[in-house]
Design a protein around this ligand. Structure first.
Ligand SMILES: [Zn+2]
Ligand SMILES: [Zn+2]
Length: 349
Protein backbone atom coordinates (compact mmCIF):
# COMPACT_ATOMS: atom_id res chain seq x y z
CA UNK A 1 0.00 0.00 0.00
CA UNK A 2 1.01 3.62 -0.45
CA UNK A 3 1.67 5.83 2.58
CA UNK A 4 3.02 9.34 3.21
CA UNK A 5 6.28 9.25 5.16
CA UNK A 6 8.36 11.93 6.85
CA UNK A 7 11.90 11.98 5.43
CA UNK A 8 13.63 15.14 6.65
CA UNK A 9 12.55 18.67 7.58
CA UNK A 10 10.68 20.00 4.54
CA UNK A 11 10.50 16.60 2.85
CA UNK A 12 7.71 14.02 2.81
CA UNK A 13 7.43 11.16 0.33
CA UNK A 14 4.89 8.60 -0.83
CA UNK A 15 6.32 5.15 -0.05
CA UNK A 16 5.21 1.56 -0.55
CA UNK A 17 4.50 -0.21 2.77
CA UNK A 18 3.26 -3.67 3.81
CA UNK A 19 -0.48 -3.87 4.42
CA UNK A 20 -1.39 -3.85 8.14
CA UNK A 21 -3.34 -6.73 9.70
CA UNK A 22 -5.20 -6.79 13.04
CA UNK A 23 -2.94 -8.19 15.80
CA UNK A 24 -4.80 -7.57 19.08
CA UNK A 25 -8.45 -8.64 19.52
CA UNK A 26 -9.60 -5.00 19.64
CA UNK A 27 -7.63 -3.89 16.56
CA UNK A 28 -9.31 -2.92 13.31
CA UNK A 29 -7.91 -2.09 9.88
CA UNK A 30 -9.47 0.86 8.07
CA UNK A 31 -9.23 1.55 4.36
CA UNK A 32 -8.71 5.30 4.37
CA UNK A 33 -10.92 7.30 2.01
CA UNK A 34 -9.89 10.76 3.21
CA UNK A 35 -7.15 12.04 5.49
CA UNK A 36 -6.56 15.65 6.54
CA UNK A 37 -3.30 17.53 6.92
CA UNK A 38 -3.27 19.17 10.35
CA UNK A 39 -1.27 22.00 11.90
CA UNK A 40 0.52 19.42 14.03
CA UNK A 41 1.64 17.58 10.87
CA UNK A 42 3.34 20.84 9.96
CA UNK A 43 5.32 20.75 13.24
CA UNK A 44 6.65 17.36 12.09
CA UNK A 45 7.25 18.66 8.55
CA UNK A 46 9.34 21.51 9.96
CA UNK A 47 11.29 19.18 12.24
CA UNK A 48 10.05 20.94 15.40
CA UNK A 49 8.42 17.69 16.48
CA UNK A 50 11.05 15.04 15.91
CA UNK A 51 10.08 11.66 14.48
CA UNK A 52 12.05 8.89 12.78
CA UNK A 53 12.70 9.35 9.03
CA UNK A 54 10.45 6.95 7.12
CA UNK A 55 7.62 7.04 9.69
CA UNK A 56 4.08 7.17 8.22
CA UNK A 57 2.37 10.44 9.22
CA UNK A 58 -1.20 11.78 9.54
CA UNK A 59 -3.89 11.37 12.21
CA UNK A 60 -7.20 12.53 10.71
CA UNK A 61 -9.15 9.94 8.75
CA UNK A 62 -12.44 8.66 7.41
CA UNK A 63 -12.76 5.27 5.77
CA UNK A 64 -14.22 1.79 5.76
CA UNK A 65 -13.45 -1.08 8.15
CA UNK A 66 -11.86 -3.92 6.15
CA UNK A 67 -10.76 -6.17 9.04
CA UNK A 68 -11.51 -6.37 12.76
CA UNK A 69 -10.38 -8.55 15.66
CA UNK A 70 -12.83 -10.69 17.66
CA UNK A 71 -13.00 -8.10 20.44
CA UNK A 72 -14.22 -5.27 18.21
CA UNK A 73 -17.94 -4.79 18.87
CA UNK A 74 -18.56 -1.09 18.20
CA UNK A 75 -18.02 -1.27 14.44
CA UNK A 76 -18.01 -4.08 11.85
CA UNK A 77 -16.31 -4.87 8.57
CA UNK A 78 -17.94 -2.75 5.87
CA UNK A 79 -18.87 0.13 8.20
CA UNK A 80 -17.96 3.67 7.15
CA UNK A 81 -16.06 5.05 10.14
CA UNK A 82 -14.21 8.04 11.49
CA UNK A 83 -11.64 7.96 14.25
CA UNK A 84 -9.88 9.99 16.91
CA UNK A 85 -6.29 11.24 16.47
CA UNK A 86 -5.07 8.81 19.09
CA UNK A 87 -6.03 5.84 21.17
CA UNK A 88 -6.62 5.13 24.86
CA UNK A 89 -6.59 1.87 26.79
CA UNK A 90 -9.93 2.28 28.56
CA UNK A 91 -8.76 0.67 31.81
CA UNK A 92 -5.99 2.80 33.39
CA UNK A 93 -6.45 5.29 36.28
CA UNK A 94 -7.20 8.16 33.85
CA UNK A 95 -9.42 6.21 31.47
CA UNK A 96 -11.55 5.06 34.41
CA UNK A 97 -12.14 8.76 35.10
CA UNK A 98 -12.92 9.43 31.41
CA UNK A 99 -9.67 11.42 31.10
CA UNK A 100 -8.88 9.55 27.88
CA UNK A 101 -6.53 12.30 26.66
CA UNK A 102 -4.23 11.55 29.59
CA UNK A 103 -4.37 7.74 29.26
CA UNK A 104 -1.16 6.18 30.60
CA UNK A 105 -0.80 4.15 27.38
CA UNK A 106 -2.14 6.75 24.94
CA UNK A 107 -0.78 6.47 21.41
CA UNK A 108 -1.08 9.10 18.67
CA UNK A 109 -1.21 8.18 14.97
CA UNK A 110 1.69 9.39 12.87
CA UNK A 111 3.90 10.82 15.64
CA UNK A 112 6.76 8.31 15.78
CA UNK A 113 8.14 6.26 18.66
CA UNK A 114 7.74 9.10 21.18
CA UNK A 115 3.95 8.84 20.99
CA UNK A 116 3.47 5.11 20.75
CA UNK A 117 4.87 4.06 17.33
CA UNK A 118 1.48 4.14 15.65
CA UNK A 119 1.65 4.40 11.86
CA UNK A 120 -0.17 7.44 10.48
CA UNK A 121 -3.39 7.70 8.52
CA UNK A 122 -2.14 9.41 5.36
CA UNK A 123 -2.07 5.97 3.80
CA UNK A 124 -4.32 3.56 1.93
CA UNK A 125 -4.78 1.40 5.04
CA UNK A 126 -4.31 2.04 8.75
CA UNK A 127 -4.19 -0.23 11.80
CA UNK A 128 -6.47 1.16 14.54
CA UNK A 129 -5.92 -0.17 18.09
CA UNK A 130 -8.63 0.01 20.80
CA UNK A 131 -11.17 0.28 17.99
CA UNK A 132 -14.14 0.28 20.39
CA UNK A 133 -12.94 3.61 21.80
CA UNK A 134 -11.17 5.03 18.76
CA UNK A 135 -13.69 4.44 15.95
CA UNK A 136 -17.32 5.44 15.43
CA UNK A 137 -19.71 4.81 12.55
CA UNK A 138 -20.14 7.94 10.43
CA UNK A 139 -23.69 9.22 11.05
CA UNK A 140 -26.04 8.81 8.07
CA UNK A 141 -25.82 11.75 5.68
CA UNK A 142 -22.58 13.18 7.11
CA UNK A 143 -20.02 14.02 4.40
CA UNK A 144 -16.42 12.80 4.53
CA UNK A 145 -15.31 16.43 4.73
CA UNK A 146 -17.29 17.04 7.92
CA UNK A 147 -16.61 13.60 9.46
CA UNK A 148 -12.88 14.13 9.05
CA UNK A 149 -12.96 16.91 11.66
CA UNK A 150 -14.72 14.91 14.40
CA UNK A 151 -11.73 13.09 15.85
CA UNK A 152 -9.34 16.03 16.08
CA UNK A 153 -10.16 19.60 15.02
CA UNK A 154 -13.83 19.70 16.06
CA UNK A 155 -13.14 17.80 19.28
CA UNK A 156 -10.39 20.29 20.09
CA UNK A 157 -12.74 23.19 19.38
CA UNK A 158 -15.31 21.55 21.67
CA UNK A 159 -12.65 21.33 24.38
CA UNK A 160 -11.77 25.00 23.85
CA UNK A 161 -15.35 26.02 24.59
CA UNK A 162 -16.49 23.39 27.12
CA UNK A 163 -13.29 22.20 28.79
CA UNK A 164 -11.82 18.76 28.99
CA UNK A 165 -13.96 17.01 31.55
CA UNK A 166 -16.72 14.87 30.11
CA UNK A 167 -19.89 16.58 31.29
CA UNK A 168 -17.68 19.29 32.85
CA UNK A 169 -18.57 22.95 33.12
CA UNK A 170 -20.47 23.72 29.94
CA UNK A 171 -20.62 27.18 28.40
CA UNK A 172 -23.51 29.12 29.91
CA UNK A 173 -26.08 30.36 27.39
CA UNK A 174 -25.72 34.09 26.84
CA UNK A 175 -21.95 34.02 27.39
CA UNK A 176 -19.51 36.27 25.58
CA UNK A 177 -16.59 34.41 23.98
CA UNK A 178 -13.42 35.60 22.25
CA UNK A 179 -11.40 33.36 19.92
CA UNK A 180 -7.85 34.49 19.16
CA UNK A 181 -6.54 32.79 15.99
CA UNK A 182 -8.79 31.56 13.19
CA UNK A 183 -7.16 28.40 11.92
CA UNK A 184 -9.44 25.37 11.61
CA UNK A 185 -9.65 24.91 15.40
CA UNK A 186 -10.43 28.59 16.02
CA UNK A 187 -13.07 28.65 13.30
CA UNK A 188 -14.69 25.48 14.65
CA UNK A 189 -14.57 26.99 18.15
CA UNK A 190 -16.56 29.96 16.81
CA UNK A 191 -19.22 27.54 15.56
CA UNK A 192 -19.27 25.47 18.76
CA UNK A 193 -19.65 28.63 20.87
CA UNK A 194 -22.53 29.91 18.72
CA UNK A 195 -24.21 26.49 18.73
CA UNK A 196 -23.82 26.31 22.52
CA UNK A 197 -25.74 29.53 23.10
CA UNK A 198 -23.05 32.20 23.24
CA UNK A 199 -24.66 35.61 22.83
CA UNK A 200 -21.46 37.17 21.50
CA UNK A 201 -18.49 35.54 19.77
CA UNK A 202 -15.58 37.77 18.89
CA UNK A 203 -13.12 36.31 16.35
CA UNK A 204 -9.63 37.79 15.98
CA UNK A 205 -7.03 37.18 13.27
CA UNK A 206 -5.06 39.04 10.58
CA UNK A 207 -6.21 37.07 7.51
CA UNK A 208 -9.17 38.62 5.69
CA UNK A 209 -10.60 35.29 4.39
CA UNK A 210 -10.56 33.78 7.86
CA UNK A 211 -12.23 36.85 9.38
CA UNK A 212 -14.86 36.68 6.64
CA UNK A 213 -15.52 32.99 7.34
CA UNK A 214 -15.85 33.68 11.09
CA UNK A 215 -18.34 36.43 10.22
CA UNK A 216 -20.32 33.95 8.12
CA UNK A 217 -20.46 31.69 11.21
CA UNK A 218 -22.02 34.54 13.20
CA UNK A 219 -18.97 36.07 14.91
CA UNK A 220 -17.99 39.71 15.24
CA UNK A 221 -14.70 39.65 13.32
CA UNK A 222 -11.89 41.92 14.50
CA UNK A 223 -8.59 42.47 12.69
CA UNK A 224 -5.73 41.99 15.14
CA UNK A 225 -3.57 44.90 13.97
CA UNK A 226 -5.83 47.15 11.88
CA UNK A 227 -8.30 47.41 14.76
CA UNK A 228 -7.90 47.51 18.54
CA UNK A 229 -9.26 44.18 19.82
CA UNK A 230 -9.15 45.19 23.49
CA UNK A 231 -11.05 48.43 22.88
CA UNK A 232 -13.62 46.67 20.64
CA UNK A 233 -14.23 43.89 23.18
CA UNK A 234 -14.70 46.51 25.93
CA UNK A 235 -17.31 48.27 23.77
CA UNK A 236 -19.11 45.01 23.05
CA UNK A 237 -19.18 43.74 26.67
CA UNK A 238 -20.14 46.82 28.68
CA UNK A 239 -16.42 47.26 29.52
CA UNK A 240 -16.35 43.88 31.32
CA UNK A 241 -14.52 41.58 28.91
CA UNK A 242 -15.58 38.14 27.75
CA UNK A 243 -16.57 35.19 29.93
CA UNK A 244 -14.36 32.81 27.98
CA UNK A 245 -11.29 33.67 25.96
CA UNK A 246 -9.62 31.09 23.70
CA UNK A 247 -5.97 31.16 22.63
CA UNK A 248 -6.21 29.05 19.48
CA UNK A 249 -2.67 29.96 18.37
CA UNK A 250 -0.20 28.67 20.94
CA UNK A 251 1.94 31.82 21.15
CA UNK A 252 2.57 33.97 24.25
CA UNK A 253 1.25 37.09 22.46
CA UNK A 254 -2.03 35.31 21.74
CA UNK A 255 -2.23 34.06 25.32
CA UNK A 256 -1.51 37.53 26.66
CA UNK A 257 -4.30 38.99 24.51
CA UNK A 258 -6.67 36.20 25.58
CA UNK A 259 -5.97 37.00 29.26
CA UNK A 260 -6.58 40.71 28.71
CA UNK A 261 -9.84 40.12 26.81
CA UNK A 262 -11.28 37.90 29.58
CA UNK A 263 -13.47 39.47 32.25
CA UNK A 264 -12.58 39.30 35.96
CA UNK A 265 -13.12 35.73 37.21
CA UNK A 266 -13.39 34.63 33.58
CA UNK A 267 -11.86 31.60 31.91
CA UNK A 268 -8.95 31.36 29.47
CA UNK A 269 -8.56 28.27 27.32
CA UNK A 270 -4.98 27.49 26.24
CA UNK A 271 -5.95 25.46 23.20
CA UNK A 272 -2.89 26.21 21.06
CA UNK A 273 0.11 23.96 21.62
CA UNK A 274 2.81 24.90 24.16
CA UNK A 275 6.00 22.88 24.60
CA UNK A 276 8.40 25.49 25.92
CA UNK A 277 8.64 28.16 28.64
CA UNK A 278 6.61 31.24 27.70
CA UNK A 279 6.27 34.62 29.35
CA UNK A 280 2.88 35.94 30.41
CA UNK A 281 1.91 38.66 32.88
CA UNK A 282 0.89 36.51 35.84
CA UNK A 283 -0.14 39.64 37.71
CA UNK A 284 -2.96 40.13 35.19
CA UNK A 285 -4.00 36.49 35.60
CA UNK A 286 -3.93 36.68 39.39
CA UNK A 287 -5.56 40.08 39.88
CA UNK A 288 -8.37 39.13 37.50
CA UNK A 289 -8.71 35.69 39.15
CA UNK A 290 -8.67 33.99 35.77
CA UNK A 291 -9.25 30.29 35.50
CA UNK A 292 -6.96 28.55 33.01
CA UNK A 293 -7.58 25.33 31.18
CA UNK A 294 -5.02 23.72 28.93
CA UNK A 295 -3.73 20.64 27.18
CA UNK A 296 -4.78 18.21 24.50
CA UNK A 297 -8.49 17.79 23.97
CA UNK A 298 -10.31 14.82 25.40
CA UNK A 299 -11.56 13.94 21.92
CA UNK A 300 -12.58 10.39 22.85
CA UNK A 301 -14.62 11.77 25.77
CA UNK A 302 -16.25 14.42 23.57
CA UNK A 303 -16.66 12.38 20.41
CA UNK A 304 -20.34 11.45 20.69
CA UNK A 305 -21.39 15.03 21.48
CA UNK A 306 -19.27 16.37 18.64
CA UNK A 307 -20.82 13.83 16.26
CA UNK A 308 -24.30 14.86 17.37
CA UNK A 309 -23.42 18.49 16.57
CA UNK A 310 -21.93 17.54 13.19
CA UNK A 311 -24.83 15.23 12.36
CA UNK A 312 -27.38 17.99 12.94
CA UNK A 313 -25.19 20.55 11.09
CA UNK A 314 -25.15 23.01 14.01
CA UNK A 315 -21.42 22.42 13.58
CA UNK A 316 -20.41 22.27 9.91
CA UNK A 317 -16.67 22.54 9.27
CA UNK A 318 -16.92 21.50 5.61
CA UNK A 319 -16.44 25.12 4.34
CA UNK A 320 -12.96 24.92 5.89
CA UNK A 321 -11.82 22.36 3.31
CA UNK A 322 -10.09 24.51 0.71
CA UNK A 323 -8.02 21.87 -1.14
CA UNK A 324 -8.57 18.29 -2.16
CA UNK A 325 -5.55 16.38 -3.49
CA UNK A 326 -4.52 12.79 -4.10
CA UNK A 327 -2.26 10.92 -1.70
CA UNK A 328 0.43 10.92 -4.40
CA UNK A 329 0.40 14.72 -4.33
CA UNK A 330 1.32 14.78 -0.62
CA UNK A 331 4.72 16.50 -1.17
CA UNK A 332 2.97 19.36 -3.04
CA UNK A 333 0.16 19.41 -0.46
CA UNK A 334 2.58 19.84 2.46
CA UNK A 335 4.48 22.56 0.60
CA UNK A 336 1.23 24.42 -0.14
CA UNK A 337 0.06 24.08 3.47
CA UNK A 338 3.44 25.32 4.65
CA UNK A 339 3.03 28.40 2.42
CA UNK A 340 -0.32 29.00 4.18
CA UNK A 341 -2.15 28.74 0.87
CA UNK A 342 -4.72 26.37 2.35
CA UNK A 343 -6.96 26.26 5.42
CA UNK A 344 -7.55 22.51 5.26
CA UNK A 345 -6.17 20.04 2.71
CA UNK A 346 -7.85 16.66 2.34
CA UNK A 347 -5.82 13.83 0.81
CA UNK A 348 -7.76 11.12 -1.01
CA UNK A 349 -5.82 7.87 -1.51
ZN1 LIG B 1 -4.28 17.29 14.43
ZN1 LIG C 1 -5.89 4.42 29.66
Amino acid sequence: MRAVTFQAPGEVRVDERPEPEPIAPDDAVVQVEASGICGSDLHIYHGRVKIEPGFVIGHEYVGTVVAAGDGVSGVSVGDRVLGTYGTACGVCFHCRRSEYHKCDSARVFGHGAALGSLDGTQAELVLVPSANLTLRRVPEGLSDDAALFAGDVAGTAYHAIHGDAVGGRPLEPGSAVAVVGLGPVGLCAVQVAKASGAALVVAIDTVADRLEMARSFGAVAIHLTEEDPRARVKELTDKRGVDLSVDAVGHPDALDLACRLARKAGTVSLTGVYAEPAEVHLGVVWIKALEWRSGHANVIGHLDRVLAMLGSSVLDPSPLVTHRMSLDEAPEAYAAYDRREALKIVLNP
